[in-house]
Design a protein around this ligand. Structure first.
Ligand code: ADP
Ligand code: ZN
Length: 739
């Protein structure tokens, strides 16, 4: 027998199948992780078996080397995953080995982690009498007689702290025997009490609709915030389990809180496995093994969990499907949604996408019939959607209010606190740059390495760059004009907190932003503290927009609703609408109706109007018309090539040369009739022209979506491959963020 094997080395030169002989008696199957001699020196390398054959197909088999061993007794890749990896290699122009590596825990490679085994001891002859001068040996034997079962060494030590040497002696004498078994390291979660609710009519209809999906079909569950989407997910999974199949649930990393997991584990107990970035290596490896060995048919995790080795995959759910975190920014640069579509097509499963603010692309696909559209129009229990008011900050300013809060937000905050309720104040991440500038000359303090204004941090009286981390003390005088009028402007969470204290002295607040959640568990801790009622107001960036249900929150204030609207990015309207809807949805999750105040300098902007009236369909019609008019995605495809380099002049020259060469390649790929498909090719400095001392330059390509698109994409990928050696090129397809 022979095996086609891909060697676990990430280099284009060896990224192909090598044939090895399978020695007699070694059970090697496709998907096995094997050890083999490789190259001239026969160094031992790891590899993955792609296929197994009876014939090598070679004339001279004497040159073939033998597979040495399987690293694990089980196959680490399912046949379906091998097919998926081959598809990814083609679709994303990545190395096959990079695609395979995405599917297994990193620790598995290089034997960096092992199963954890627990030693147990038991009496060799439970009936035999035991006499000894050693008290402690006698105590150990008595303990084992009393419990009447094998015990782990750790458990015996819990009763008899000094039992270690005694156990060793008893084993030597043959009084005790020992054995061991595998234990799985598992993250801990508090399971929430969970009564099975009666489904609303809408939920029942949704469940039915999912049930009726054809194998390989996708549905979009568009449900307003609080409409009970999660309950629909839980029931769909239950149905899937009953059919003897497994499921994968993706949630954005940030929403993967202990509370979210608790809700799933309440329903499914040990049948769930959890995959996210905060697991220890041991936990990650063991959760993956529990999935692979069929102990956990349900996986809940962040983006990379889309590759989980669930056999008999019946259902994939992607919650908050519009989230940009489902796009991988490193090789292989996949979008989890595309991988999900491929997987369910390969194995005849179903895909359910859920959101209160579907991505424009998904809703477009739902309306055009390629997805089935399922709607939940009402909140559970007839709770009304929050009422949204818009506060015009221009009018406030004319009336002499130059504070952070509008008089409307202040009066509603006062009433909310007085009523014993909680409030959330939301600051858009990009809006809260507290830049430092000189009132006399207008000089703005920028980072020495980056083309970006630095952010003031009051606690340290220092300024920091959010792109490279550089930090320096606040200069006492302006570096430009030498006058002492250098001050910080703009609004940050710290400043909001301060103004709350002056408006409502003694109010307890919690703050959540990139600084306060730098520590691993701080995010969960702050949310739990707020959930327990430790604070009356939670102030935060978009981190507070999702993942938690706070029944006592009746008021949400958006400090500056329009800050993201004018970003040079085709998605800015979509992102703004999504954020505003998500944060508004935090208000009034329980009996008390919710209220939202959106403060803005552009109260008449259509996107804000639609967000305020929570009119997704209206927003969609408006925005899709804009996209169509300007030929933005989904009507076209944006490709960005990002270059960076230390020498600015050199970089600009290279950027221009590249643009010319790429245009020639693209035109050749598009052919005579396709020349009109190339809508735009722009070469210019990136919006942030310098980060961490590196200049940035971009080539922006806009292509019409036609039959020739695959050829054009190939040309772009080939361009990247042939220039990769320069080591500074990054390609983004429909980039999620264009800074
Ligand atoms: P969404 O995910 O759509 O925002 P959730 O699934 O979180 O909504 O549901 C909102 C709240 O309603 C949760 O507290 C949930 O426990 C509750 N809920 C969901 N379905 C029902 C139901 N059929 N009956 C009663 N309560 C429900
Ligand atoms: Zn910097």
């Amino acid at each position: 027998m022979f095996a086609k094997v891909i060697v676990d080395i990430a280099h284009a030169a060896v990224d192909r199948a090598f044939t090895y002989r399978i020695p007699e008696g070694l059970d090697v199957r496709p998907g096995h992780h094997v050890l083999l001699p490789f190259g001239q020196g026969d160094h031992i390398k790891e590899g993955f078996v792609l296929s197994v054959m009876d014939e090598s197909g070679l004339k001279d088999e004497s040159i073939l080397k033998d597979v040495l061993a399987c690293a694990e007794p089980y196959t680490v890749l399912l046949p379906e995953q091998l097919a998926l990896a081959e598809w990814m290699q083609e679709a994303y122009h990545c190395l096959l080995v990079d695609a395979l590596r995405a599917m297994i825990p990193a620790q598995l490679r290089g034997g960096r982690i092992h199963e954890k085994r627990e030693r147990i001891v038991f009496l060799s002859d439970p009936e035999a009498d035991f006499v000894s001068k050693s008290h402690i040996q006698k105590d150990v034997v008595d303990l084992l007689k009393k419990t009447g079962q094998p015990m782990s060494v750790g458990d015996i030590r819990a009763f008899l702290p000094n039992a270690g040497p005694a156990i060793t002696a008893l084993l030597k004498k043959g009084v005790l025997s020992e054995s061991s078994f595998t234990v799985f390291r598992r993250p801990e979660y508090t399971t929430q009490a969970d009564a099975l609710p009666v489904l609303t009519a809408e939920q029942a209809a949704a469940l039915n609709a999912v049930d009726e999906l054809e194998p390989g079909q996708t549905a979009l569950l568009y449900g307003v915030t609080g409409s009970g989407k999660t309950e629909v997910y839980l029931r769909c999974i239950e149905q899937c389990l009953q059919a003897g199949k497994g499921a994968i649930v993706l949630v954005p990393e940030i929403a993967l809180t202990p509370q979210t997991v608790g809700r799933f584990s309440a329903r499914f107990g040990d049948r769930i496995a959890v995959l996210h970035s905060r697991l220890s290596p041991g936990e990650r490896f063991d959760e993956w093994r529990r999935i692979r060995l069929g102990k956990a048919p349900i996986v809940i995790g962040a983006r990379s969990a889309i590759f989980a080795p669930v056999e008999e995959l019946g259902l994939i759910i992607i919650d908050e499907e519009h989230e940009s975190s489902y796009q991988s920014e490193t090789a292989p640069r996949y979008h989890a949604l595309d991988i999900a579509r491929r997987r369910i097509r390969n194995c005849g499963g179903k895909l359910l996408l859920g959101s209160a603010t579907p991505s424009l692309l998904s809703y477009y696909r739902a309306l055009s019939g390629s997805y089935r559209l399922i709607e939940l129009k009402h909140r559970v229990g007839g709770r009304p959607l929050p009422t949204v008011s818009i506060a015009d900050m221009r009018a406030e300013f004319l009336n002499g209010n130059n504070g952070i809060f509008s008089s409307l937000l202040l009066s509603k905050l006062g009433a909310c606190l007085k009523g014993g309720h909680q409030a959330m104040l939301f600051l858009n991440r990009r809006g809260y740059s507290t830049f430092v500038s000189c009132r006399a000359c207008g000089y703005v303090l920028t980072c020495d390495n980056c083309d970006i204004s630095m952010t003031y941090h009051k606690a340290q009286n220092a300024v920091r760059c959010h792109y490279c981390g550089a930090k320096k003390p606040l200069p006492p005088v302006c570096p430009n004009c030498g006058k002492p009028f250098i001050k910080y402007f703009g609004v940050g969470t710290e400043q909001v907190e301060e103004q709350i204290q002056s408006a409502f002295p003694g109010t307890s607040t919690l703050r959540m932003d990139a600084d306060t959640v730098a520590r691993r568990d701080a995010y969960d801790q702050i949310l739990s503290a707020f959930g327990r009622g430790d604070a009356q107001i939670l102030i935060g960036t978009q981190m507070i927009a999702k993942g938690h249900d706070f029944p006592n929150v009746t008021l949400v204030g958006v400090i500056a609703a329009d800050t993201t609207l004018n970003f040079p990015d085709f998605r800015s309207a979509e992102r703004t609408f999504q954020l505003l809807t998500q944060v508004s949805g935090r208000a009034g999750r329980d009996k008390e109706p919710g209220q939202v105040v959106m403060q803005t300098y552009a109260p008449d902007h259509p996107v804000l109007r639609f967000a305020a009236s929570q009119d997704y369909a209206g927003f969609y019609q408006y925005e899709i018309a804009q996209r169509k008019k300007c030929l933005y995605p989904p009507f076209s495809l944006f490709i960005r090539l990002l270059l960076s380099g230390e020498n600015e002049e050199e970089l600009i020259q290279r950027g221009k040369d590249y643009a010319k060469a790429l245009e020639a390649d693209l035109r050749a790929a598009l052919g005579a009739e396709g020349q009109g498909d190339l809508l735009l090719l722009l070469a210019a400095p990136a919006p942030i022209a310098r980060i961490a001392g590196q200049n940035r330059y971009q080539i922006l390509v806009k292509l019409l979506r036609t039959k020739r698109l695959p050829q054009a994409l190939h040309a772009v990928y080939d361009f990247e491959t042939s220039h990769r050696e320069d080591g500074f090129l990054k390609i983004e397809i429909n980039p999620q963020d264009m800074f």
